[in-house]
Write a protein that binds this ligand. Structure first.
Ligand code: NAD
Length: 321
């Protein structure tokens, strides 16, 4: 890649991001985006002096739309580093073990939806904020309150941020697209875009009608004293949040690979779309020591699933007519 190609690639990726994050209407596939993103990343690793601040590798991707009031997260939200195969996992583990060799790993699905931060104070849901640029997102509390899997009150009094993914189940996605097809409206490209688009509606009654589901995966600011992430998540589920269909604590690469294979094999039987498995260091003290790059935590990684042909029943209908 030349410098000119590098600059062009950044412009292209930023344009793709606007269509993906703001308009909820992607103009390219995730595979094309990911390939170009990794070429940019490789170029920057070889030519660190030429790195541009506008590069998508330097920031959490979402672009904030102007339709909503903005709100700050109490603590930053992040993206995730991707790996695609066993070699990637080996490299990530080598890097991570160098930071701390005495660790175990919490593995759970990577849900393909839109990130959401919930702030509870005195046990009451006070704000729902999209990830945005990681520091500031869109304030969508009224929409969030229509989602049945999000408790409006919890039995936890000190201030806490609960982070998770908003998804649309696959059968619901097909129903929505079928009714859009009948109404002559544009179809959603995939459940991820349908979830993100439904969450960011100016009219809350549209969000309410879409049957969105919240799946928690971590906490932000909190006063919890648990030493292990899986204990934190068990506590969060005990407050009335939904559990993932599978999760496991693994002690080494072999166990990680085994649970990854199970998730790949079982993914079609889950009600929600997954695009990978997230591997996280389970020990909270080690997570804090490892910290973050400008964009991602060093203590976790997204082990992406092989791409599948994402053709829905509705698209088949469209192809038939
Ligand atoms: P990401 O979605 O790949 O990963 C980070 C996010 O994963 C987190 O913010 C969180 O919301 C989510 N997540 C789901 N389950 C999780 C779990 N169990 N634990 C922790 N986090 C979990 O990263 P991103 O920065 O949001 O988006 C980048 C991806 O978006 C790219 O890899 C690309 O595939 C896609 N994209 C596509 C286009 C396009 O035009 N097709 C454009 C921009 C981005």
């Amino acid at each position: 890649m030349t410098n000119k190609e590098y600059i062009n690639a950044i412009e292209k990726l930023n344009l793709y991001s606007v269509h993906y994050y703001v308009l909820d209407d992607p103009i390219t596939t995730d595979e094309v985006y990911d390939k170009l993103y990794h070429e940019v990343l490789e170029y920057e690793e070889k030519n660190p002096n030429e790195l541009l601040a506008s590069s998508p590798t330097q920031r959490v991707g979402d672009v904030i739309s102007t339709g909503f009031e903005k709100a700050s997260h109490l603590s930053r939200m992040w993206s995730l580093e991707d790996i695609f195969d066993n070699e990637g996992l080996q490299k990530w583990l080598t890097k991570t073990y160098k930071l701390d060799s005495n660790i175990t790993f919490y593995c759970e699905p990577k849900f393909d939806g839109a990130s959401l931060n919930l702030i509870y104070e005195n046990g009451v849901l006070i704000q729902g904020i999209t990830r945005g640029d990681g520091e500031v997102g869109e304030l969508i509390t009224q929409n969030v309150k229509t989602i049945k899997s999000i408790p409006l009150t919890i039995a936890h009094k000190s201030r806490i941020e609960i982070r998770g993914e908003i998804v649309i189940f696959k059968d619901e996605f097909e129903k929505i697209n079928e009714s859009r097809l009948k109404a002559g409206e544009a179809l959603f490209a995939n459940p991820r875009n349908a979830a993100a688009g439904s969450l960011r509606q100016l009219d809350s009654s549209i969000t309410a009608a879409r049957n969105l589901v919240f799946l928690p995966y971590s906490v932000g600011e909190n006063t919890l004293e648990y030493k292990l992430l899986h204990d934190i998540m068990d506590y969060i589920y005990s407050l009335g949040f939904r559990k993932p269909p599978k999760r496991e604590v693994c002690k080494d690469m072999q166990e990680i690979e085994s649970i990854y294979k199970q998730m790949v094999d079982e993914r079609d039987s889950y009600p929600m779309m997954l695009d990978g498995m997230v591997v996280k260091v389970d020990e909270i003290a080690s997570q804090i020591d490892m910290g973050y790059t400008v964009k991602v935590p060093r203590f976790s990684v997204a082990y992406k699933f092989p791409a599948v042909e994402k053709i829905t029943r509705v698209k088949k209908i469209v192809l038939q007519v």
